[in-house]
Design a protein. Structure first.
Length: 204
């Protein structure tokens, strides 16, 4: 099929750096629709949960019923891509401090696991995406969470200093860093392309 007029992916646009994800997806060749209420999910194959502040995101999602809507979206075959705060939202258990989460990604994460804002950094990690050669990748960590444990269904597809920073499980892709901040003018970046490939696969 040729290029489709309708956007097939959405970006949760309640708080955080959703605009950077929209740009990254555009560079990777996909139009993205801002998602603010459950009805915006209709017809989408994938949804990005951006970085920002997970507590603020939870507070903005609750009144419009977005948590339940995201769970239903995934249950019905939708693909989810969470970065930083978005990964925290997806996790099964959140510490530092504890807070509610969607519980879709079988991982335990510690918020602000590297310290405070001033401890944010840019590093080089390794990714080994399914079907691709392992390689180095620039990774931007901003008050990033740390993954403390993952369940058996979770595949670690990216590491930094030997620690898991990029995870896949079912139709979920989750990064503790910000791939939307390291995009290339041509083709966007490999993590956004991976998300779009997962969306393609889910549509078949
Ligand atoms: N520390 C933030 C939180 O706990 C996440 C930071 C980010 O998304 N860059 O939600």
């Amino acid at each position: 099929m040729g290029i489709e007029a309708e956007a097939l992916v959405g970006v949760l646009a309640l708080q955080g750096d959703f605009a950077a994800h929209e740009r990254a997806l555009a560079l990777a060749g996909a139009g993205a629709r801002p998602v603010r209420v459950p009805a915006d999910l209709s017809g989408l194959r994938g949804l990005v949960l951006p970085g920002g502040e997970s507590t603020a995101l939870l507070r903005l999602m609750a009144p419009v019923g977005m948590e339940e809507a995201v769970r239903r979206f995934h249950g019905a075959g939708g693909v989810l891509f969470g970065t930083c705060a978005g990964l925290i939202l997806l996790a099964a258990k959140v510490t530092g401090p504890e807070q509610p989460s969607l519980g879709l990604l079988d991982a335990v994460v510690a918020r602000n696991g590297y310290g405070r804002q001033i401890d944010s950094f840019v590093g080089t990690g390794r990714i080994g995406l399914p079907g691709e050669e392992e390689r180095d990748l620039e990774m931007v960590f901003i008050r990033a969470p740390r993954v403390l444990a993952v369940g058996p269904g979770v595949r670690i597809v990216g590491t930094h200093s030997g620690e898991p920073v990029l995870l896949e499980q079912d139709r979920i892709l989750a990064a503790t860093f910000h791939p939307e901040m390291s995009v290339q003018p041509e083709g966007g970046g490999p993590i956004h392309r991976r998300f779009l490939a997962m969306c393609d696969a889910a549509g078949r």
